[in-house]
Design a protein around this ligand. Structure first.
Ligand code: GTP
Ligand code: OAA
Ligand code: MN
Length: 703
């Protein structure tokens, strides 16, 4: 029977009716085999029971462009079966059951329709070193570094990959070679799922369509949460040019001699995530995790998205979007870009500590933003769910996220209790009675005395956005919400104050270009080094960063209401970056948003000029009820001249070496102006409530 399956001619398949989701009897007829979903582990003739009334689709009725795409990839990847996803709840449940039967998912019995996947420990985060863009001209993708490319380890198995601090590039010829030794037969023994999806509400003016072919039912289930997925999308595909073509495979054809760990097939030695902007295509091989496999997210919405956005004059950014309402009932929207695992989900779902203020969530990771004909910047969240970091999420830090993830959620790499509840580092103690033993993300017995963490630092929840108790009423608005402010930020243990504001758009572009942050667990980086992460987009640029800066600069035009640009830092530490966080963060961040809110109203009485931008003035910053020592407040707002001169020198060197001749002069001019202002400090009014450190001296000047 299996042999029969192997031998079917995929082109035959396309002449047949794709009758999906209907109970079929196994009768050994290849033609019919092609036509339905069956679990490979249910070979005892127990059919996966899909309820009636699922989508019935004649393959030849599918849009021609889609038929061509499926056929082309099926010929190469040679799946045993093809399943066109209808996106129904019946299909979702059947896939969850399939994953449960084959041991890739466990049901979390104490929760409502919640599931746990434990991955192969080799496949736990995005692999930036194996992620690249393929264009004819290298210059389109990356700036040429002044002192040559990074050395590429031959163990990557990526021929002639050109690696830089601002992205990786491969030529079409080399890509062809690499695909040639990966794709042929890569889906043997598996089902190829066809996942049509929309980024943004279906039919919205900023929305776009993608189709992901994947051999991972785990990916299908997560895509159903993260995107609008299923047959409702098919009607939107008129021709080939309107959808982004995504191909994903775990890279483990069956039968296999490879050791499969945790029933999580993956192929780390051969993993690659390739983007082909000239073909509107993404090809991801070997990893099942997060941004490597849910191709609508980073690959489409950010990397290809940023290219499309540049071409069409809009922006695709790694930003949360929130609605903020003041005690008088005035509402605004703010977008914020922080690098991975630096607090976007937390800010987007914040519970304000100051009474009277309200936060509502539009999105927690990605924003697509476009100026409308009135000159307003309108933003949509192209996603449909949250793929959020678990560790650190608790009823005290992010109660809204905790409420969001109690049902219909897929968890990956968290710990769990014997009776089926989730657990991770930083979760409220009363969620799980301690002393009780847990099972760690590695599937081992775990107690609080264990040396290894219970959950992987990059463990994630995947939950439908509509479950968020503070989801914004306009979160699916097709024309998007109006953006009044853009915030940049990162983890800066030293030197960078809690909040400052750009003098103008060009200065804001410089601030975005100079974002730096301590490395986190969201990618493969080791240790706590401070890395450059311009616009929080370094791993996600689809094209040359110099051109990206030019694009941002070009957005400021007559007649447009340009949002004000800010920089925040929740992560400054005492003792020159060695001690504890100075700022309580989380719900207290509302105090910073309050200042930003007032600034977008044009309140000049609350700001003063410093060399790096506007900062809060005496008494303008709401400190009431904040229980932290005055010394901490002073340190949070202090500006150290030597630190900043060093910082500017380092950024200048980074631009010079890595962006080189691609960097627009406007950005470099901003850097020179900041240095100039530091060297001529008397130009500024230095009086602040908090005191400013200059040359190591502290001036605390009362107004
Ligand atoms: N100290 C402090 N930690 C924070 C704050 N906000 C978030 N964190 C922690 O930072 C980690 C990541 O936060 P997230 O909100 O999930 O980060 P993200 O930017 O959405 O991450 P990605 O999904 O990877 O893009 C969690 O452990 C949080 O608890 C804050 O204001 N202060
Ligand atoms: O892409 C991922 O795996 C998760 C994510 O949001 C990020 O890393 O920023
Ligand atoms: Mn992210």
């Amino acid at each position: 029977m299996v042999d029969q399956l192997r031998n079917f001619d995929s082109s035959e398949l396309f002449k047949k009716t794709m009758d999906i989701g209907v109970n079929c009897q196994l009768n050994g007829n290849c033609k019919q085999f092609a036509n339905f979903q069956m679990s490979p582990v249910l070979a005892d003739n127990k059919m996966l029971k899909l309820k009636k009334s699922c989508y019935k689709c004649n393959m030849t009725d599918l849009p021609q462009g889609l038929q061509n795409f499926i056929e082309e990839k099926a010929r190469v990847c040679q799946p045993d079966k093809i399943h066109i996803c209808d996106g129904s709840i019946e299909e979702y449940n059947a896939l969850l059951e399939l994953l449960q039967v084959n041991g890739s998912l466990q049901k979390l019995e104490k929760m409502d329709d919640c599931w746990l996947a434990l991955t192969d420990p080799k496949d736990v985060a995005r692999v930036e070193s194996r992620t690249f863009i393929c264009t004819k001209s290298m210059r389109d993708t990356i700036p040429t570094p002044k002192h040559g490319f990074k050395e590429v380890d031959s163990s990557l198995n990526l021929r002639n990959l050109k690696c830089t601090a601002l992205g990786n590039w491969m030529s079409p010829e080399d890509l062809e070679y690499e695909l040639g030794r990966r794709l042929p037969g890569c889906m043997k023994g598996r089902t190829m799922y066809v996942v049509p999806y929309s980024m943004g509400s279906v039919g919205g003016s900023i929305s776009k369509i993608g189709v992901e072919l994947t051999d991972s039912p785990y990916v299908v289930c997560n895509m159903r949460i993260m995107t609008r997925m299923g047959i409702k999308i098919l009607g939107k595909i008129e021709d080939e040019s309107v959808f982004v073509k995504c191909l994903h495979t775990v890279g483990v054809p069956l039968p296999t001699k490879m050791t499969i760990v945790n029933n999580w097939p993956c192929n780390p030695e051969m993993t690659m995530v390739a983007h082909l902007p000239e073909k509107n295509e993404v090809i991801s091989f070997g990893s099942g995790y997060g941004g490597n496999s849910l191709l609508g997210k980073k690959c489409f919405a950010l990397r290809l998205g940023s290219i499309i956005a540049k071409r069409e004059g809009w922006m695709a950014e790694h930003m949360l979007i929130l609605g903020i309402t003041n005690p008088q009932g005035v509402k605004k929207y703010i977008a914020a870009a922080f690098p991975s695992a630096c607090g976007k989900t937390n800010l987007a779902m914040m519970t304000p500590s100051v009474p009277g203020w309200k936060i509502e969530c539009v999105g927690d990771d990605i924003a697509w933003m476009k100026f409308n004909e009135k000159g307003e910047l309108r933003a949509i969240n192209p996603e449909n769910g949250f793929f959020g970091v678990c560790p650190g999420t608790s009823n005290s830090t992010n109660p809204i996220a905790m409420k969001t993830i109690q049902k219909h959620t897929i968890f990956t790499n968290v710990a769990h209790t014997a009776d089926g509840e989730v657990y991770w580092e930083g979760m409220d103690d009363n969620m799980v009675s301690h002393g009780e033993h847990l099972i760690s993300w590695k599937g081992k017995d775990w107690t609080k005395d264990s040396k290894e963490p219970a959950a992987h630092p990059n463990s994630r929840f995947c939950a439908p956005a509509e479950q968020c108790p503070i989801i914004d009423p306009n979160w699916e608005s097709p024309e998007g919400v109006p953006i009044s402010a853009i915030i940049f930020g990162g983890r800066r243990p030293q030197g960078v104050p809690l909040i400052y504001e750009a003098f103008n758009w060009e200065h804001g572009v410089y601030i975005g270009a100079s974002v730096k942050s301590e490395a986190t667990a969201a990618a493969e980086h080791k240790g706590k080094v401070i890395m450059h992460d311009p616009f929080a987009m370094r791993p996600f640029f689809g094209y040359n960063f110099g051109d990206y800066c030019k694009h941002w600069l070009s957005l400021s035009k007559e007649g447009r209401k340009m949002p004000k640009i800010f920089h925040v830092n929740w992560f400054r530490k005492s003792d020159n970056g060695q001690g504890s966080f100075l700022w309580p963060g989380f719900g207290e961040n509302i105090r910073v948003l309050e200042w930003i809110f007032k600034r977008t109203d044009g309140d000049d009485s609350i700001a003063q000029k410093t060399p790096i931008g506007y900062m809060p003035k005496v008494d303008s910053f709401d400190m009431e009820g904040l229980n932290i020592p005055v010394g901490c407040i002073q340190e949070l707002f202090s500006l150290d001249k030597q630190f900043w001169l060093g910082e500017l020198e380092e950024i200048e060197k980074y631009f010079d070496q890595n962006v080189n001749i691609s960097m627009p002069n406007e950005v470099l001019d901003q850097l020179s102006s900041i240095r100039e202002r530091f060297l001529n400090i008397e130009f500024f009014n230095w009086h602040t409530l908090f005191g400013i450190m200059l040359n190591g001296k502290t001036f605390t000047i009362k107004n």
